[in-house]
Write a protein that binds this ligand. Structure first.
Ligand SMILES: NC(=O)c1ccc[n+]([C@@H]2O[C@H](COP(=O)([O-])OP(=O)(O)OC[C@H]3O[C@@H](n4cnc5c(N)ncnc54)[C@H](O)[C@@H]3O)[C@@H](O)[C@H]2O)c1
Ligand SMILES: O=P(O)(O)OC[C@H](O)CO
Length: 349
């Protein structure tokens, strides 16, 4: 008997639980029960996993949406991973390494199929790793990835959208499409994983740049220019480090569509706009405005910057570099404009 575990009960993990719970009957020999692993924490004085099971709602991370009866939340890692054969990673990327340690200890890795819904990347001494590369390096399993223009509360409200499934194995792709696709959530499979992931991680940095422009009072022309320049930097970065990434990836939901959705109204956009308006640090804004949810963009700009410095490529990525300098080195948000002008004098863009 197969069993699904969703590792992470945040905004997107809880939304994914609603989708998967509606699709379990599409897979032969799959338990109807969907396990949702919630990091141990309390909310309004109550244990979050217990609260989810009692109220059938994740009032902390996805308020206002019912959680189906066949979803069972737990903070007991042993219980969550016991008998799991289909594992969905969906924690903020900064927590993936500790999650992998748990899975290595408590899951039957030999029998696991894994998918990552995480958007982020990891800097190592000798280069970078995407989330799937990190997962594979620790668990020895090649994961798939699902990434697209997918602002979670809009999906929970069942507004039509698309997502890109990066998967190298055809049979596995069929399984993940059956599990995730609904009338309102359409999945396009592609045979590329790292390119899909680079798009998902780096659009968060571009959304920060667009948010800064918004907070500074710039209009739609400027914000569209930032998105376009950002997309060129994403493409250049992806194809520099993963040369097999086809141009078509940037036209999938994981590429242009996610960049636009995030730059219209994602968390990275919204908080960066506030940052430019108020001057409050990102970690303070995250605490004040996100109710426990996590920002990925500023953190990713730091990781990307470390990597680009190691590769001596800073000058080729003025937008990524300026976002990092604003977020971490006290650079004035106004200097995001410098990134736009530099991208014109830099002929390699
Ligand atoms: N929310 C979205 O709209 C959305 C859409 C697509 C992809 N994603 C990606 O999915 C991933 C998860 O995002 P999310 O929105 O579900 O999370 P979130 O921003 O809602 O963050 C909350 C999650 O972090 C966990 N957490 C908090 N502290 C922790 C700790 N110390 N150790 C381990 N876990 C801890 C919480 O348990 C909860 O699961 C991210 O990489 C994000 O980029 C999010
Ligand atoms: O809210 P953000 O900025 O983390 O973006 C959420 C999703 O990645 C949008 O696809």
């Amino acid at each position: 008997m197969q069993k699904i575990c969703i590792y992470g009960a945040g905004n997107w993990g809880t939304t994914a639980a609603r989708i998967l719970a509606s699709n379990t009957s599409k897979i032969e020999n799959l338990s109807h029960k969907v396990t949702l692993y919630a990091h141990k924490e309390t909310f309004n004085g109550k244990d979050l996993a217990q609260l989810i099971n009692q109220t059938k709602e994740n009032t902390k991370y996805l308020p206002g949406f019912k959680i189906p009866d066949n979803v069972f939340a737990t903070s007991d890692i042993f219980e969550a991973l016991k008998d799991t054969t289909l594992l969905v990673f969906v924690v903020p990327h900064q927590f993936l390494e500790s999650a992998l340690e748990n899975v290595r200890k408590y899951a039957d890795i030999q029998n696991l199929k894994i998918i990552s819904l995480i958007k982020g990347m990891y800097i190592e001494r000798d280069g970078i790793k995407t989330t799937t590369q990190l997962i594979k390096s620790i668990l020895g399993v090649q994961p798939s990835v699902l990434s697209g223009a997918n602002i979670a509360p809009e999906i929970a409200a069942e507004g039509f959208c698309e997502s890109t499934l990066g998967c190298l194995n055809e049979d596995e792709a069929k399984t993940w499409v059956k599990l995730f696709q609904t009338d309102y959530f359409r999945i396009q499979p592609v045979k590329d994983v790292n390119g899909v992931e680079v798009c998902g991680a780096l659009k968060n940095v571009v959304a920060v740049a667009v948010g800064l422009a918004d907070g500074l009072g710039f209009g739609n022309n400027t914000k569209s220019a930032v998105m376009r320049i950002g997309l060129l930097e994403i493409k250049k970065f992806a194809q520099m480090y993963y040369p097999d990434t086809p141009d078509s990836i940037f036209l999938e939901s994981c590429g242009i569509a996610d960049l636009v959705a995030s730059s219209f109204g994602g968390r990275n956009f919204r908080l960066s706009s506030e940052f430019a308006k108020t001057g409050k640090p990102f970690d303070q804004l995250e605490k004040e405005l996100l109710g426990g949810q996590k920002l990925q963009g500023p953190h990713t700009s730091l990781e990307v910057n470390l990597f680009l410095k190691n590769m001596n490529k800073i000058k080729d990525f003025p937008l990524f570099t300026t976002v990092y300098e604003i977020a971490y080195e006290g650079e004035n948000p106004q200097s995001i404009i410098k990134a736009f002008t530099q991208s014109y004098v830099n002929s390699s863009l």
